[in-house]
Design a protein around this ligand. Structure first.
Ligand code: COA
Length: 260
């Protein structure tokens, strides 16, 4: 698939993906979501790619929401299909086997906030603004906002953001745990690369096991989650990466993980 609304740069083992509709503040239309879906499949299959940075084009927005031109024409039935399409894509991001870091470089509203929340880690520039403004349009989030926001920052804080539709700034987003870090805009890409670089140096099976344990475990009881953790602990303990990690510790050297 050739991409109209995405820019893709491969830098070593990192795929830098930029949503590129700056004149529409990178609003997510169907084409953009389809392109993202196709690109994710490519990046998942590519063994040379170990992680993804996801950002928005221009200095103003990460993503200013789902495309309101498309939402305008939805009816009750088509709206369900619309929401499920986006939700399934964002689920794929959340469960992607390689780390995905959102670099939020401006407005992350509606579907933009939902997209950032589906990523594993979020780094915001100081000028970033977050919100779920759907309530101001007489609707509610449809790409996971009611679910992921409450899970990420707690029910009370999520309800305030969802019910008022107000934006919060990067400092507040950091305070409530919506983002992991806030950095000056000019440092966003470098910080993203440094953090992702650190993670992709680890053993890939251990990284994947952490995604599975946390994502699946959060939807289970504590007891089920602990059983899952024990199962995954067994899996990683059977890898060569485990032998390498423990040997490197005793030999006082940096481990060289191979992902098996
Ligand atoms: N869907 C479609 N187009 C959008 C959009 C969206 N979610 N968000 C912004 N755009 C478009 C605008 O229509 C405008 O297009 P135009 O130049 O053809 O008129 C362009 O992007 C620039 O936006 P504009 O509103 O002029 O910029 P601004 O700096 O004055 O305001 C925002 C920025 C983010 C506050 C404002 O664009 C906004 O409120 N966007 C919608 C946010 C939203 O409700 N998202 C949830 C959708 S469910």
């Amino acid at each position: 698939m050739s991409f109209q609304n995405l820019l893709v740069e491969i830098e070593g083992a990192i795929g830098v993906v930029t949503i590129n509709r700056p004149d529409k503040l990178n609003a997510l239309n169907r084409r953009t979501l389809e392109e993202l879906s196709s690109l994710l499949s490519d990046l998942q299959a590519d063994e040379n790619i170990k992680g993804i940075l996801l950002t928005g084009s221009g200095e103003k927005a990460f993503v200013a929401g789902a495309d309101l031109k498309e939402i305008k024409d939805l009816n009750g039935e088509s709206a369900i299909r619309f929401a499920r399409f986006g939700q399934e894509l964002f689920d794929r991001i959340e469960n992607f086997p390689k780390p995905v870091i959102a670099l939020v470089n401006g407005f992350a509203l509606g579907g933009g906030c939902e997209l950032a929340m589906a990523c594993h880690i979020r780094i915001a520039s100081e000028n970033a603004r977050f919100g779920q403004p759907e309530i101001n349009l007489g609707i509610i989030p449809g790409y996971g906002g009611t679910q992921r926001l409450a899970r990420l920052i707690g029910k009370g804080r999520a309800l305030e953001i969802l019910l008022t539709g107000d934006m919060i700034d990067a400092r507040r987003a950091l305070e409530i745990g919506l983002v992991n870090r806030v950095v000056p805009a000019e440092k966003l890409m470098d910080q993203g690369k440094a953090l992702l670089g650190k993670i992709i140096d680890k053993g890939a099976i251990a990284v994947q096991s952490i995604f599975q344990a946390v994502n699946q475990g959060l939807n289970q009881t504590l007891d089920q989650g602990l059983h899952l953790e024990a199962f995954l602990f067994g899996r990683v303990c059977a890898t060569k990466d485990k032998d390498e990690g423990i040997s490197a510790f005793f030999e006082k050297r940096k481990p060289q993980f191979k992902g098996h």
